[in-house]
Design a protein around this ligand. Structure first.
Ligand code: PRP
Ligand code: MN
Ligand code: MG
Length: 180
């Protein structure tokens, strides 16, 4: 696997430090709230981040997942999203924290927040480990951001290329020959 890697952008240590910081500020935000907190991971990319993040949050919470897919073959999301796996839990009158690995155009989260908005959650907040703000096609109010990153093709820590590399403990760029 390492043979496909061009350069490490964030090491395992850098990621763990940032995840701990994020976990602590999120914990502080939700501490002593009377509503239930439901942490929602967007499959598959957010799975690794969510697993580390919730272990840094010393507060009661529920975990649930949603999986969505964009129609079409394009590597860029089309904005037309369909729910492949819906929540198991009801979020009505609960605080919702959506967990993403990366936000790019914002189209996935735009759809998801609109969709969750109809379910009468008490509040909806968003945490993403990585953010490409300048790539937005729609504005997304992100509450907690790990790293702002340049427009490079990256993998690892949940993020895939053609479904591979999600298990890398670091975030890295791929060699051009791998995807060209
Ligand atoms: C990636 C990433 C975000 C989304 C961001 O997921 O994990 O969910 O794209 O892109 P956007 O802001 O332009 O909508 P992907 O659709 O590749 O699915 P995956 O998480 O299963 O890899
Ligand atoms: Mn994803
Ligand atoms: Mg993907």
């Amino acid at each position: 696997m390492e043979k496909d890697i061009q350069e490490i952008m964030f090491s395992e240590e850098e990621i763990q430090k940032k995840v701990e910081e994020l976990g602590k500020s999120i914990e502080k935000h939700y501490k002593n709230r009377e509503k239930d907190l439901v942490v929602i991971g967007i499959l598959k990319g957010a799975n690794v981040f969510l697993g580390d993040l919730v272990r840094k949050m010393n507060i009661p919470l529920y975990i649930d997942f949603m999986a969505v897919s964009s129609y079409g073959q394009s590597t860029e999301s089309s904005g037309v999203v369909k729910i492949v796996k819906d929540l198991d839990m009801e979020v009505e009158n609960k605080d919702v924290l959506i967990v993403e690995d990366i936000i790019d155009t914002g189209l996935t989260l735009h759809y998801l927040t609109e969709n969750l908005g109809t379910r009468k959650a008490n509040s909806i907040k968003i945490v993403t480990l990585l953010n490409k703000e300048y790539r937005r096609k729609v504005e997304i109010p992100v509450d907690f951001v790990g790293f702002e990153i340049p427009d490079e093709f990256i993998v690892g820590y949940g993020i895939d290329y053609a479904e591979k590399y999600r298990n890398l403990p670091y975030i890295a760029t791929l060699k051009r020959e791998v995807y060209q």
